[in-house]
Design a protein around this ligand. Structure first.
Ligand code: MN
Ligand code: MN
Length: 319
């Protein structure tokens, strides 16, 4: 690609395919992985969209800045296909940056239906969404949109927390939404897996739990094998709370918990899931104000890029 002619791909792209090489990693629009910024969903396989909400955090806020930080970390990894995959996800998938979901934080009661509508528009356009959070609560309205289209989903959930605490109330925050998602039939807990948990919940519902100790003792390949066994051919929604990673690898988050996964372990699990029936994905809880050297944003960016590789392993979805 000739830089003077085509730079910057976020504005000038004439194709939605192909890795964009040769652009300076320190400059240009903050589109995800140099993808074209557009709301045109024609021919699109995956629309990347930010949901900059952090009103549902229970501890430190700041994940509203997550989408921007993750995007800013992507030029450094977008010059070649993600290692160690043997294909380029952008050869197989048409991926765009759809921009962020805008909502009025002053009308909190309207936020859930608004986010659901935002995601429904993407699904109605024939694409899947890759959501950049935002606190983890954003997965709840996203799942409402997905379940309306696909029926109950198997959740593959990476987290230090179960996010199924309920206190038997109707309240919703970033630690209760999966309780409600199961109760409302958005998620089938018995065919879902939670990975990396290391906080106490005496009422964990019916989820299959591979806690942080299980991951350390058995390793990523065994985690991936167990996940594939549990989800089978079901439609899978993949949600990755960045606090699944140990604070050494992801300090920039609202509720860090020691003793978590390394970035290598998490990435290896993702790489071991090829062929699952993935229909949507998110990476949430990146809060750059608490980050050090942008390592958390980079982890979020690399995970998101590998989610695209994983999504592309389903031949039905490839170009
Ligand atoms: Mn968490
Ligand atoms: Mn969470």
């Amino acid at each position: 690609m000739s830089r003077d002619k085509d730079w910057d791909n976020a504005f000038t792209a004439t194709s939605l395919h192909g890795t964009v090489d040769g652009s300076p990693s320190y400059a240009g629009a903050l589109s995800f992985m140099r993808r074209k910024y557009t709301r045109d969903l024609a021919g699109v396989d995956v629309a990347v969209t930010g949901i900059p909400l952090d009103l549902a955090t229970s501890n430190r806020p700041g994940a509203r800045f997550g989408p921007r930080a993750i995007r800013a970390a992507t030029p450094g990894i977008s010059w070649a296909r993600p290692w160690p995959w043997d294909f380029d996800p952008f050869d197989r998938l048409a991926v765009i940056d759809y921009g962020d979901c805008e909502f009025d934080h002053g009308e909190p009661a309207a936020i859930v239906p608004f986010i659901q509508k935002h995601i429904t528009e993407i699904l109605d356009g024939g694409a899947a969404s890759l959501v950049l959070g935002g606190d983890h609560f954003v997965s709840y309205p996203v799942l409402k949109a997905y379940a309306a289209r696909h029926g109950p989903l198997s959740l593959v959930h990476f987290d230090a927390h179960s996010d199924t605490w309920s206190e038997k109330t109707r309240r919703l925050d970033h630690g209760t939404m999966f309780y409600h998602a199961v109760r409302e039939g958005l998620v089938d807990d018995s065919s879902s897996v939670q990975i990396g948990l290391r906080t106490t919940n005496d009422e964990p519902m019916g989820f299959n739990i591979l806690d942080a100790r299980w991951v350390q003792e058995n390793g990523p390949a065994a985690v991936a094998a167990r996940v594939r066994e549990v989800v089978g051919d079901n439609k899978v929604y993949l949600t990755f709370d960045i606090d699944c990673l140990d604070p050494a690898f992801a300090p920039g988050t609202g509720t860090p918990v020691c003793g978590g996964l390394s970035s290598f372990q998490a990435l290896e699990v993702i790489r071991g899931l090829g062929g699952i029936n993935l229909v949507g994905m998110d990476v949430v809880e990146v809060a750059p104000a608490y980050d050090v050297g942008e390592v958390t944003a980079l982890a979020g960016a690399m995970l998101a890029a590998e989610f695209l590789c994983l999504y592309a392993t389903n031949p039905e979805r490839s170009a």
